[in-house]
Design a protein around this ligand. Structure first.
Ligand SMILES: Nc1ncnc2c1ncn2[C@@H]1O[C@H](COP(=O)(O)OP(=O)(O)O)[C@@H](O)[C@H]1O
Ligand SMILES: C[C@@](O)(CCOP(=O)(O)O)CC(=O)O
Ligand SMILES: [Mg+2]
Length: 423
């Protein structure tokens, strides 16, 4: 198979992070920042990962991977592997032997995620490959970089394994509902997220797969599918995205909330219920056909309440509080942390009347604090692919060039080109 790219967006959770893990509804939208994966054939017996964004370069001998042993533990239906509620412990054990030389936790979980998906979705007849991922998203900052990487890996391996067909929709024709290939990608990328996080709600990979904006609710009973309601009239929101650049791990923060919930079940339960109510309220407000000034004001109020409840769950950070304080002092709008918190990004829903001058002043203050602001739009496309054909510029598919882009803008400019198709 000729080289190809897969790309999937990050996400912003507007309301309901963490509570989403406990089966409460949450609202999220696809972000214009994305991960891109370039898959190319190699001439030797190797399987190579080049993930320069996290300084990971690793390879295995294809012929040494535990194909035979793994197959005995993989359930299939109509020839397709079936995702499971828990990660398959036998396959995890088999993979463990191939991760012994990996020291960093981030590299370990990334390689685990790759091999887990590879053993389930590909087969030994697939030629040797190199997989390179680059992202215009900040990594580990609450914008769903893990899910966009998981969706890219899943789509690539499922295509190579013959479980899904190539996407067909160009941007304008795209209709994402009831597409079995997109559902396959969504369900298997959740397994990838499980490798990264342990206990993901599934909202991030749902948005990275389907794009747009959704109200999402995980069903806690085993085998019950999650509920995903597309928000077709998603209102235009004036949003400022600010990254504290404080590193954190989603797995640890989700684990921290679980501890609070175990120690103070009634208190934590009330907080999670309150988040559930505010997410539902926000959904109704955003569904108003003429999303008016008073609706925007109500939404900002809910942003402030949601942030307060996340503070109560222990997932804020002094740097996030600083962003909120600077924003509130200058009255630019309502600010909350987004994603797992503990560092990472905050979003500010801007006041209608905020001036350019004030915004510029606030952004300067953020920069002085070492924060980074992002310009991004919400509600864009989900997972897509770009194939190399006779009309393609071979330079676009050069691994060398792709690996060496030093700025996010370079990746974006090189790959925001015609020819992408979406599932
Ligand atoms: N471009 C990338 N290349 C390789 N791994 C990635 C990339 N983007 C994300 N990841 C994986 O996702 C992890 C970060 O996920 P997480 O802690 O959930 O933060 P977030 O999803 O908010 O960015 C990284 O440590 C890495 O394992
Ligand atoms: C905290 C949580 O609600 C969102 C995590 O998002 P991120 O990995 O921080 O981008 C966890 C989840 O829903 O799986
Ligand atoms: Mg994540």
């Amino acid at each position: 198979m000729a080289p190809f790219y897969i790309s999937a967006p990050g996400k912003v959770i507007l309301f309901g992070e963490h509570a989403a893990v406990y089966g409460k509804p949450a609202l999220a939208a696809a972000l214009s920042l994305r991960a891109y994966l370039l898959a190319t054939e190699t001439n030797d017996d190797s399987l190579r990962l080049e993930f320069p964004d996290i300084q990971l370069s690793h390879s295995w001998k294809l012929s040494e991977l535990p194909w035979e042993n793994a197959q005995a533990h993989i359930e299939r239906k109509n020839g397709k592997p079936v995702p499971t509620d828990e990660l398959n412990p036998e396959v995890i054990n088999l993979i463990g032997e191939f991760l012994g030389d990996i020291e960093s936790t981030a590299h370990y979980t990334t390689c685990l995620c790759f091999l887990y998906l590879y053993l389930h979705l590909c087969d030994p007849l697939v030629a040797s490959r190199s997989f390179c991922i680059r992202s215009t998203l900040p990594i580990g900052a609450g914008l769903g970089s893990s899910a966009s990487a998981a969706v890219c890996l899943t789509s690539t391996l499922a295509l190579l394994g013959g479980h899904i067909r190539s996407p067909q929709y160009s941007e304008k024709q795209r209709v994402s509902s009831e597409n079995p290939d997109a559902e396959f990608i969504d369900s298997w990328s959740l397994m990838g997220e499980k490798c990264f996080h342990g206990n993901p709600s599934g909202i991030d990979n749902a948005v990275a797969t389907h794009g747009g904006a959704v109200m999402y609710q995980r069903m806690l009973a085993p085998d019950m599918p999650s509920v995903r309601t597309a928000m077709r009239n998603f209102p235009p929101l004036e949003l400022l995205l600010t990254n504290t650049k404080v590193p954190r791990s989603t797995a640890e923060l989700v684990g921290g909330v679980a501890k609070v919930n175990t120690r103070h079940p009634k208190t934590a339960g009330s907080i999670l219920d309150a988040v559930s109510h505010l997410a539902t309220d926000a959904y109704h407000i955003m569904s108003h056909p003429s999303f008016a000034a008073e609706d925007r004001e109500s939404l900002r109020q809910l942003v402030n309440i949601n942030h307060g409840l996340l503070v109560a769950l222990g997932v804020s950070h002094p740097a996030l509080e600083k962003i909120k304080m600077i924003g509130d002092t200058n009255r630019i709008g309502a600010t909350k942390l987004t994603g797992a918190g503990g560092g990472g990004c905050a979003i500010t829903l801007l006041n209608d009347e905020v001036s350019h001058e004030v915004l510029e002043k606030v952004e300067n203050e953020f920069t002085q604090e070492g924060f980074e602001t992002f310009e991004a739009t919400l509600g864009g496309k989900g997972v897509g692919a770009l194939f190399c054909d006779n009309d393609s510029d071979p330079e676009v598919f050069s691994v060398e060039r792709f690996v060496n882009f030093s700025r996010r803008e370079d990746i974006k400019n090189a790959l925001e080109i015609d020819g992408w198709k979406y599932w």
